[in-house]
Write a protein that binds this ligand. Structure first.
Ligand code: HEC
Ligand code: HEC
Length: 146
């Protein structure tokens, strides 16, 4: 075989194997078309504007049964207290903040909400309809079930 023939055959083989390899390559997304036959996983559902879920134990901070987006709590304003404070609760029909929220860390009763309890969402979170992250056999205590 002449040298130039060998070179041409070599070239053809190289191109063919290159094409075969290109065929196997695919993006991380796989071969799914961009227009989305695959649906993204469903975002778990927040439960705004529902009734307050029962508590599981006495000391549990109750979950928030309503939307809190845009409710500011900072140095100058506390949106939560504009409904939940004792002076507003009657008119807004919100649950009054607990008596414990007027007590400071030394157990002294204060005339206004304790600084420890000022940032409500430190402890209270909106409720969400979601399966438990870990299977467990926890049962709410009798005292609050009855
Ligand atoms: C516009 C008035 C309003 C504002 C502002 C508001 N709430 Fe409420 N909240 C309510 C009302 C009314 C209820 C009672 C709903 C019910 O019992 O079904 C409630 C219920 C709750 C409960 C459940 C109480 C229970 O008895 O289980 C919690 C906890 C709560 N809110 C926390 C907050 C927090 C934290 C904020 C601020 C981020 C906030 N709320 C802002 C009106 C308000
Ligand atoms: C350090 C955690 C913590 C912070 C901060 C906090 N709470 Fe609570 N909250 C609790 C716990 C725990 C309970 C349930 C036990 C109790 O009553 O103390 C509760 C109970 C409540 C209740 C139900 C009261 C009742 O009589 O059933 C309301 C309403 C409430 N909190 C609103 C608020 C609001 C509004 C703020 C912000 C001004 C706030 N909490 C800040 C922990 C907290």
């Amino acid at each position: 075989m002449k040298n130039w023939m060998r070179a041409v055959i070599g070239l053809i083989l190289a191109v063919a194997s290159g094409l075969a390899q290109a065929e196997e390559l695919q993006s991380l997304r796989g071969r799914a078309p961009l227009d989305g036959a695959e649906q993204p996983p469903e975002i778990s559902r927040w439960m705004p504007e529902s009734h307050a879920l029962p508590r599981n134990y006495l000391q549990q901070p109750p979950l928030i049964p309503h939307q809190i987006e845009g409710y500011k709590v900072d140095l100058r304003q506390n949106k939560c207290l504009s409904c939940h404070s004792w002076s507003k609760a009657k008119e807004t029909r919100a649950t009054k903040i607990s008596l414990t929220h007027f007590r400071n860390r030394f157990g002294t009763e204060l005339s206004d909400v304790s600084p420890q309890r000022y940032f409500c969402t430190q402890c209270h979170v909106p409720q969400k309809d979601t399966p438990p992250l870990v299977d467990n056999t926890f049962k709410p205590m009798d005292a609050i079930v009855r």
